[in-house]
Design a protein around this ligand. Structure first.
Ligand code: SAM
Length: 287
């Protein structure tokens, strides 16, 4: 039976409807399910964290790699189904929890192999999930996830484009991002209103070191505040937000020091230049 048939059968026999509030769009195209797992380079001995296993279509393919699978699912109805579908799999642990409330450290600190994340994400919390996972970048080898195509475009965008923003910069300064393939909405049940895409985020320590960011927290706060009013001049947005307690003249001085025009807007500034601004702020605060 293919994933489409399995999904229809499970939903019919359990009188189940996909829950919009949990972002439930079940992926039923076997080529895409396999493609996600193949692109994540999982090996037996790795720990794969799956977020939102749902009815288990993606879980089925991850389990075939021989890796240990740790799946976090918020919907109790899904837990019963998953337990029934995967009774004979000793390499699967299912946890009935909201991924945003999980202390991942507890689960990954003693893992010997690589930790990888694979998921068809619930789209309503894509950004907080990605930022949460990046907090564990020292321990996570890769994050291969289905997201809305629009989010994939934002993450992979370049300065000056309308997609370029907080998500682009705060992901790209610490990781490499690849757009792997685009997925039509017909690959899901029910079909979402948007086109999707699979992306792979690979944390990259060298990239962060090359940028020479002295304080990641200052950098991320700077970027968030810079884009809080993206149409305004950067100096005004930063001064209005009270960035790190700096005065407007101090901010204007920093903008000049890093070689930017006084009229520059947030979306015109590269990741490298944000790193320089953050370091100037760091120096000023630690004088
Ligand atoms: N993996 C399945 C698939 O590909 O068919 C389902 C993917 S569906 C897009 C998203 C899944 O995430 C649903 O099963 C949903 O219940 C679950 N989910 C939603 N919010 C969650 C949260 N905060 N924590 C964990 N799981 C969540």
């Amino acid at each position: 039976m293919n994933s489409l048939e399995i999904t229809n059968r499970i939903m019919r026999s359990n009188k189940l409807f996909a829950k919009k509030c949990f972002g439930q769009n079940f992926l039923v195209d076997d080529n895409i399910l396999l493609g996600i797992v193949e692109n994540s380079n999982v090996e037996a001995g790795d720990l794969v964290i799956e977020i939102g296993p749902g009815l288990g279509n993606l879980t089925e393919y991850i389990l075939q790699t021989g890796a240990q699978v740790l799946a976090f699912e918020i919907d109790t109805d899904m837990i019963e189904i998953l337990n029934g579908r995967f009774t004979s799999h000793s390499n699967l642990t299912i946890v009935n929890m909201d991924i945003l409330k999980v202390n991942l450290e507890e689960y990954i600190k003693d893992v010997k192999g690589k930790v990888r994340v694979i998921a068809n994400l619930p789209y309503y919390i894509t950004t907080p999930i990605i930022f949460k996972l990046l907090e564990y970048k020292e321990n996570i080898a890769s994050i291969t996830v289905m997201v809305q195509k629009e989010v994939a475009d934002r993450i992979a965008s370049k300065p000056g484009s309308k997609e370029y923003g907080v998500l682009t910069i705060n992901t790209n300064y610490q990781a490499d991002v690849e757009k792997i393939f685009v997925v039509p909405n017909t690959s899901f049940i029910p079909a979402p209103n948007v086109t999707s895409a699979v992306i792979k985020i690979t944390p990259n320590k060298a990239k962060e070191q090359e940028l020479g960011i002295k304080d990641g927290k200052i950098f991320e706060e700077l970027v968030k505040k810079a884009f809080s009013e993206r149409r305004k001049k950067l100096a005004n947005s930063l001064a209005n937000c009270g960035l790190c307690g700096l005065t407007k003249p101090e901010i204007e001085e920093i903008i000049k020091n890093v070689g930017l025009k006084e009229t520059v807007r947030a979306e015109e500034v590269s990741v490298e230049t944000y790193a320089k601004i953050a370091n100037e702020i760091y120096e000023l605060k630690n004088k």
